[in-house]
Each structure stands twice: as structure tokens, then as C-alpha cells.
Design a binder for this molecule. Structure first.
Ligand SMILES: CC(C)(COP(=O)(O)OP(=O)(O)OC[C@H]1O[C@@H](n2cnc3c(N)ncnc32)[C@H](O)[C@@H]1OP(=O)(O)O)[C@@H](O)C(=O)NCCC(=O)NCCS
Length: 187
């Protein structure tokens, strides 16, 4: 795991959402659904086996918090229900797709439950996380990698202000590498 810093906040509020590192028992079904729903996983390697997912989710619940720095549960402010997850972590040098020579750029990732698509919630969550990061970290490139066939994700990337810079093969599919300067999100 990279030693370079990422977001340190444990909670990031936005008008409709709360991004939180704390994981609650009531998050269990939502987290399992995110990893096993074929539509959600269509461009992420397909659904994962339920048994494996349950074991992993139960370990996260036992720990009480997301396992990786920069990983957040996206929860509905009103109901506290899980809407999805968001990560702003470092892209390992071992993976292809970089915009700097040293790699380990901040990388944005997002996954929303199918019922939450089409309401601007992923945009809202990503904007809140990137603004928080821009408020605490020096300017640097942020990357986002998504399957080229994942048009929803590419549309979201463009709306956020990321521009596509190259394509490459990973996990047996063409990926598009997008980037934006963190300072774009400074308030
Ligand atoms: C990628 C993903 C997060 C995009 O979700 P999304 O809901 O389409 O993204 P946004 O939050 O930007 O919402 C945009 C949609 O909400 C609509 N919308 C409704 N109310 C809105 C509002 N108040 N503000 C903004 N958009 C709004 C927009 O018109 C747009 O709809 P459209 O796609 O039908 O044109 C989602 O499809 C997903 O979780 N996919 C599976 C996981 C995945 O592939 N992740 C990518 C790996 S990096």
C-alpha cells in the first residue's frame, strides 16, 4: 500500500449524502448487493460469488470501518442507507495507466447501487470528496480509469471535469485513462 497521503476526513457531508469511513451493521445488505449485482458489476469483472462477498463484508463490519485509506461508504443523509462506495486512493505502480513517471497518483473510483443511478448522486459524492481532498492536499493530478464500454462512468468523469488521455488493456478489456488537476476542485 502506498505511503503517499490521501483524504484523511472520516466524514464528508454533501446536500443529500454523507461519506463516512465508519461501517454499520445495517450496511451489510447494501454492501453485499454492490458486489453481487450483475448490472452494477457489468464493467467491473462481473458479479462476485455471494459467499465470498459475505465473508469479506462481515470482516469489514467486525472492523467497524472501511479497510483502505480514502475509502468511503456513501450513505443517504436522511435514511443513513448505503447508496454506494467511493475511493480516493493511490493507483499502484504495478497497474498500467499513469500520468506521472512515478505513478501512485490519487485515483477516484465509485460504485452506486442500481436504484441510485440517474439522480446525480455519484456526481455529488465525487465532487464532495474531491473538494475535501483539494482542501487538504497539494495540487496534483487525479486519475480515473474506467472500461471504455462504461459510458455512464465516462459521462460522469467528463461532467466532473476529467479529460480522457489514453486507452490501454487491463482485465481483458480496453480501459480509458482520464485525468484532472486536483486544484480544479478547490473552492
Ligand atoms: C458510474 C456510475 C456511478 C454513474 O452513476 P450515475 O447516476 O449515472 O451518475 P451521476 O451521479 O453523474 O448522475 C447522472 C444522471 O443523473 C441525472 N440527474 C438527475 N438529477 C440530477 C441532479 N440533481 N444532478 C445531476 N444529475 C442528475 C442526470 O441527468 C444523469 O442521468 P442520465 O445518465 O440518464 O443522463 C453508476 O453507473 C455505477 O455505479 N456503475 C457501476 C459501477 C461502475 O461501473 N463504476 C465505475 C468504475 S470507476
Amino acid at each position: 500500500m502506498s505511503h503517499l497521503p490521501t483524504l484523511s476526513a472520516t466524514q464528508i457531508p454533501s446536500p443529500r449524502l454523507l461519506l463516512r469511513t465508519a461501517v454499520h451493521d445495517s450496511d451489510r445488505e447494501g454492501l453485499i448487493e454492490l458486489a453481487t449485482d450483475p448490472e452494477v458489476r457489468a464493467h467491473l469483472g462481473g458479479p462476485r460469488p455471494r459467499g465470498e462477498v459475505e465473508q469479506h463484508v462481515d470482516a469489514v463490519l467486525a472492523a467497524g470501518a472501511t479497510s483502505r485509506p480514502g475509502s468511503y461508504i456513501i450513505a443517504d443523509t436522511t435514511t443513513n442507507q448505503v447508496i454506494g462506495t467511493l475511493t480516493l486512493a493511490r493507483r499502484s505502480r504495478d497497474n498500467p495507466g499513469h500520468v506521472t513517471e512515478d505513478g501512485e497518483e490519487l485515483e477516484l473510483g465509485y460504485v452506486l447501487r442500481r436504484a441510485a443511478w440517474g439522480s446525480g448522486l455519484a456526481f455529488e459524492a465525487a465532487t464532495a470528496a474531491l473538494r475535501a481532498a483539494a482542501g487538504e492536499l497539494p495540487d496534483q493530478p487525479v486519475v480515473l480509469v474506467t472500461q471504455s464500454a462504461n459510458t455512464r462512468s465516462l459521462r460522469l468523469a467528463a461532467r466532473l471535469g476529467f479529460r480522457p488521455v489514453s486507452t490501454f488493456e487491463e482485465f481483458g478489456a480496453e480501459q480509458t485513462l482520464c485525468t484532472a488537476p486536483l486544484s480544479l476542485f478547490r473552492l
